[in-house]
Design a protein around this ligand. Structure first.
Ligand code: TMP
Length: 216
């Protein structure tokens, strides 16, 4: 792209636009896992993740969830609102997998009695550690009001995505969201794709997400 690069992350590049309130996000084919220790390329991943994110942001918007999504100008690029990001990853879990299995010893595939919401501190040097509400407040990362709004919004988004995917034969095991503020309003940012969700085929149990890369 010709635009000015503002930021390059592990899976995306962010470019400025003429509108200071909007940026372009390009989805790369690069894949990383374990805080960048494992690196690879998955041909076509960027295009698919941009397409799935666009589809799911539009779905959420149709349910009155505020998101940063504005438009999809090309196959691997989204036009989005520029957000002031909350430095937290918000994870929602419906079924045990990944780090919850490691932390609790519960068997992979165990259904949780209710959706479990977790917060992780976005900090590569620390390896994005798990935080509780008190840590978040003590570190001044978010007020307790904002923390409870994040939980509420994440559970609402889970209800919408779970219903939608379930009707299409997919189990939404868990997923990660990132939020930010624009014009004083909390909005969903980042992406929603198989890089940031665990999705299992309901009948075969086949993994249809980035765990295929994480686990070779
Ligand atoms: P976890 O089980 O490894 O904690 O992952 C929980 C969910 O969050 C899973 O759907 C993958 C997603 N995730 C990300 O999107 N980015 C990350 O850096 C990590 C660790 C997980």
């Amino acid at each position: 792209m010709n635009a000015t690069l503002i930021y390059e992350g592990k899976a995306k590049k962010v470019f400025a636009t003429e509108n200071p309130g909007q940026v372009l996000v390009e989805f790369k084919d690069d894949a990383t896992a374990f805080n960048g220790q494992k690196k690879g390329q998955i041909a076509g991943k960027g295009v698919i993740n941009a397409k799935i994110s666009t589809h799911l942001f539009r779905l959420l918007e149709s349910h009155n969830i505020m998101t940063h999504f504005v438009d999809q100008p090309s196959e691997r690029v989204l036009l989005v609102k520029r957000l002031r990001m909350v430095p937290l990853e918000v994870v929602v879990r419906n079924i045990v997998a990944g780090s919850l299995k490691q932390r609790t010893g519960l068997a992979e595939g165990t259904s949780l009695a209710f959706p479990v919401v977790e917060f992780y501190f976005k900090n590569d040097e620390l390896g994005d550690p798990l935080l509780n509400d008190d840590h978040i407040r003590a570190m001044n990362l978010a007020s307790s009001d904002l923390t409870s709004r994040l939980k509420h919004e994440a559970r609402h988004i889970n209800d919408i995505l779970q219903n939608y995917l379930n009707d299409r034969g997919l189990l939404l095991v868990d997923f990660k969201l990132e939020f930010g503020m624009a014009d004083g309003v909390l909005q969903l940012g980042d992406e929603i794709s198989p890089d940031t969700c665990r999705l299992w085929d309901r009948s075969s149990g086949k993994k249809l997400d980035k765990d295929r890369f994480r686990q070779d």
